[in-house]
Design a protein around this ligand. Structure first.
Ligand SMILES: [Zn+2]
Length: 502
């Protein structure tokens, strides 16, 4: 613990709820998976050799002229429609003027008072209750480049010896989705925030418009939070925690900020309107930069781009390409899979709906798919502090491990070791079974020897079984399994014991 971390005073969560009502707001940036950038033909691929995927337009060189990426507009409209938004008949881009070293034009091309999508909502399920999250707007903009701060211990600019800038990401299309203040969530505010981001991601994946990997920064959440004295209805001063990069962290950041705000307010202090940094390792936020509502970016309509005016025919055509509505989809899947309400709620709550669905599509039975994702893998994701979707294992791997169990190549216990091996990067499930020598022995020769040894070592148990007390076989099965280090087909062992002692 650093001294600044231990200096942050927090109010116990229950006390926060007794005195204050939380108001949430979420801003989520989605990086689209278009082939080219928002306003030029450069590849929209982040990574690779720094500054290789750039041109005069995305470098902001004099005289370069931007052109809107039609596919990005299409994706924006589909996202808006899926969020029950109205789609503007006519809207413009705007310049948001400010200086930042990784933004070569000295302005970001965004949308201001004319977003392409507005006035929508998404219904979010938390523990069987539905919260309607109102969407204020979803607008198009471009990403910035990326700075790399070299030297220093934190990777932040403070303490660095020098900084490098990579413009490959500059101009990659983004959609920013902004909620209205979310009120009335009370004690569930952290879970509602998490569920909103998780369900939004699910929707983005179903639309196929982004890779939507939070750990890769394709989907980034900024979490706004304020408290008002209980029942007053007066919104307090908010803070904005930037770039929270997992569902789990969204929940933790909201809870932390609620407890921090409450401690300050109850001590007679006031909240500074500012951005905050989220620290994944310590689970705390620290002060970023002060941010006032009066911040003036001198927005003005972008003179180099024509307005975007999607025809109503096109919008309706795109409406026809939408995936199933999430509520309908959940009800359908629950019926298909035969899950109880509680099983379904846990699956959705864990952010595992899509993973379970894919695992079933790869051939696993619904209950088996659920069992692994919500059991073994949920435990691992908690231990490692990552979301399920970011674990280094695919639904196809999970389905294959279950198939190995069904084929009696491994039992449940050995299957856990297969999971361990796959997560440790040892290869496919079959390779892990091979390399670790995990296959169970069902060959009667080897098992027979172990059974004979167990009988010889436990003559009194053997006598009981001979006298018809079949239940006593458990002790001998245990002895055989121990000798075989768990790698025996327990059903076959039981048969052999009863054959030999009948
Ligand atoms: Zn370019």
């Amino acid at each position: 613990m650093t001294s600044s971390a231990s200096a942050t005073e927090l109010m116990p969560y229950d006390d926060v709820l007794a005195a204050y009502d939380p108001a949430l707001g979420l801003e989520v940036h989605v990086e689209l998976n278009t082939a080219s950038k928002m306003f030029c033909g450069c590849p929209a691929v982040f990574g690779g050799e720094p500054n290789a995927g750039v041109c005069p337009t995305c470098l902001g060189l004099p005289g370069a002229m931007p052109v809107v990426n039609g596919k990005a507009v299409e994706s924006a409209i589909r996202i808006g429609l899926a969020l029950n938004c109205d789609i503007a008949e006519w809207c413009r881009f705007a310049r948001k003027n400010y200086f930042y070293p990784d933004m070569p034009k000295n302005f970001q091309t965004s949308q201001y008072d004319e977003p392409i999508c507005f006035d929508g909502y998404m219904d979010v399920d938390v523990d069987g209750e539905t919260y309607r999250v109102e969407i204020e707007r979803a607008h198009m903009e471009e990403d910035t480049g990326k700075s790399l701060h070299v030297g220093g211990s934190t990777g932040r600019i403070h303490g660095a010896d020098y900084s490098l800038v990579d413009y490959n990401r500059a101009g990659i299309p983004l959609i920013e989705i902004v909620t209205r203040p979310i009120l009335g969530a009370g004690e569930k505010a952290p879970e509602v925030a998490r569920a909103y981001v998780a369900q939004l991601r699910e929707l983005i994946v179903a639309l196929g418009v982004s890779e939507a990997r939070m750990d890769q920064g394709n989907l980034r959440a900024d979490v706004n939070l304020s408290l008002s004295p209980k029942g007053s209805g007066v919104l307090g001063t908010r803070t904005e925690t930037k770039n929270v990069n997992s569902f789990r962290s969204v929940e933790r950041a909201v809870r932390f900020e609620m407890q921090r705000h409450a401690a300050i307010l109850s001590g007679g202090g006031s909240i500074l309107q500012e951005t905050r940094h989220w620290h994944e390792d310590t689970g705390i936020t620290t002060s970023g930069r002060e941010k006032s509502d009066a911040e003036d970016y001198r927005y003005f309509p972008e003179p180099d781009l024509v307005p975007v005016a999607p025809s109503r025919e096109w919008v309706e055509e795109l409406r026809g390409t939408l995936p199933e509505n999430p509520t309908t989809r959940r009800a359908r899947l629950q019926a298909e899979w035969g899950f109880s309400d509680l099983e379904m709620r846990d699956t959705v709550g864990a952010g595992a709906l899509g993973l379970v669905e894919e695992t079933i599509a790869e051939g696993a039975a619904p209950q088996a798919a659920r069992k692994w994702w919500l059991g073994e893998l949920a435990r691992r994701s908690n231990e490692d502090g990552v979301d399920l979707v970011d674990l280094p294992i695919t639904p196809a791997d999970v389905a294959r491990i279950q198939a190995l169990v069904d084929e009696k190549v491994v039992n449940d216990k050995l299957a856990r070791q297969v999971f361990e091996g796959v997560l440790a990067g040892e290869g496919t499930p079959d390779e892990v079974v091979e390399k670790r020598g995990l296959a169970v022995v069902s060959d009667d020769g080897a098992l027979g020897v172990a059974v004979d040894n167990a009988i010889a070592a436990n003559p009194d148990v053997a006598d009981k079984i001979r006298d018809g007390k079949v239940a006593a076989a458990g002790a001998l099965i245990g002895a055989v399994m121990k000798e075989m280090r768990g790698q025996a087909d327990a059903g076959r062992v039981r048969e052999l014991i009863l054959e030999k002692l009948s």
